[in-house]
Design a binder for this molecule. Sequence first.
Ligand SMILES: C[S@@+](CC[C@H](N)C(=O)[O-])C[C@H]1O[C@@H](n2cnc3c(N)ncnc32)[C@H](O)[C@@H]1O
Length: 267
Amino acid sequence: MKFNASVLKDIIAGITPLSVKRLYWKSMRSAAFSGVFKDFAEAGDEHPWESEGWIELSRQKLQAALSGAPLDGYLGLTAETINELSGEKTIKVLDFAGGTGFVYYRIFPFLAAPDNVLWHVVDNATLIDMGRSHKTERHRLAFFETLPPALDNNYDVVYINASLQYIDDHVGLLKKLLTYRPRCIILTRLLAGDIKTYVTSQINVGWHKTPCRFLNAREIISFFDQEGFDVLKSAPNRAECLSGHYDKSIPTAMRIPCSMDIVFRRR
Ligand SMILES: C[S@@+](CC[C@H](N)C(=O)[O-])C[C@H]1O[C@@H](n2cnc3c(N)ncnc32)[C@H](O)[C@@H]1O
């Protein structure tokens, strides 16, 4: 066995009691960004999304989501937009990289016409199994491990929360999602701003790093403009303050103070 940092991490993780891990994971909730890389391969991927720490955090987030606490910020914007579209007719929403369906469960009590909202989540098997286990007959929610074929499926809304940054070919993904002919795209907690697009490494929950891309906001707006979409709503997500999370390897000019929420509507 090659004895490297990753093996050492696994050994430490194996012998650390769950109670200690939980304390550590709690302290690691804020992400740390480190380095500027030429691409995802150079940044290196330790696959946080299948890790014990992420699964535990997702379980805790899902429990909290079911409490029905008031919505604000990006969740308020998401519920408001979905309510505007679903008042009169049924809509289908594709929540790409939606984890356990956290956002659906969180906004569900605030949906004006919940029967009009069909919500499809795409993510890995472990997370969607967890999400599925909380589904009741009231929820119009379905889970998928892969994107459904576009020919059989159209979606009214494509939703991506805090995930586009982890997709290597993000433009390719967006083009693919547009084949579902959505009339609305909602991107929340998007890592974009008045900076040059670049790839960094994010240390995520449970010691695992993942490649992560910060985007130039004008680039993404211009991409959707060329695809026939206008910006309907756009706001900085001040609740997600990133200022303390960059290490010194990231130049000040490449740091955004917070993420952003943006809604595009087909012209
Ligand atoms: C920060 S989490 C956000 C999860 C969810 N959107 C939420 O709001 O709770 C990032 C998510 O991206 C998912 N993800 C990363 N790469 C993916 C890919 N290539 N395809 C689908 N999901 C992916 C991970 O499994 C993880 O659930």
